[in-house]
Design a protein around this ligand. Sequence first.
Ligand code: PLP
Length: 280
Amino acid sequence: MRVLALLDGTPADPDAPLIRVDDLGLLRGDGVFETILVVGGEPRELGPHLDRLARSAAMLDMPEPDLAAFRRAVDLVLGTWSGGPEIAVKLVFTRGVEGGDGTPTGFALGMDISPKVIAQRAGGISAVTLERGIEPGLAERAPWLLLGAKSLSYAVNMAALREAERRGADEVVFTTSSGSVLEGPTSTLVLARGRTLTTPPSTLGILPGTTQAALFRAAERAGWSVEVAPVDVAELYPADGVFLVSSVRKITRVHTLDGKALPDSTGLHTVLDGLYESEY
Ligand code: PLP
């Protein structure tokens, strides 16, 4: 099922043509987006998602998104939804039409969670490491690369997932050329060693994750240590658990990396999932 709401607060038919062919979001991937998980009618981390949408838009020198209008569009989607208890709500905000008056295009689209993601939440995933061509310091040195912005230009991320599939894996862990861990194409990497959780710093040019932040909040409250620190690929193999986390996939266990089985983290996954769920 899919439900669409426009930024002006009106519903629209998700199966009908809507976006102009000269919209810069379509022509150049010039825009930003967010994907929010809704469970039982409650959006998770809505504030942090909206803040990140605004931050991404600022990085692209776009107009400030009307966050109240986005909240209204989300409410409209949720009020109209008659599908299952979980929804992925995508917020899209583009630069608008080429040569136009600069009015952005924006909408909220509610969608079912794919059965593949639901299966991966329970069964875990295999992943391969792939180079992303980002070196420490580049994000700061070259802001025009938009590293760390959630822009609509995800063609590279999708190509990496196809490469993973060619190599017989489900997912990707992006790395720098010197072997430092970055993130997944649509997820944040979290590493567990003892009762310490670690995630690579967003200053490397990766997206600060809302799910990782929620998990770390819950873990800290439960007495775990959490750290934001560089992680080498070699550190992943002996870790107690490697997880790819994101709004829609939640906490997903990586059971195999580059063809090698990782230590069984099934029990740890149950614990971390419980911590994450305790936030809601
Ligand atoms: N990193 C990238 C590149 C992403 O696209 C996403 C989400 O889609 C994430 C990390 C995880 O972010 P969040 O937990 O806020 O969904």
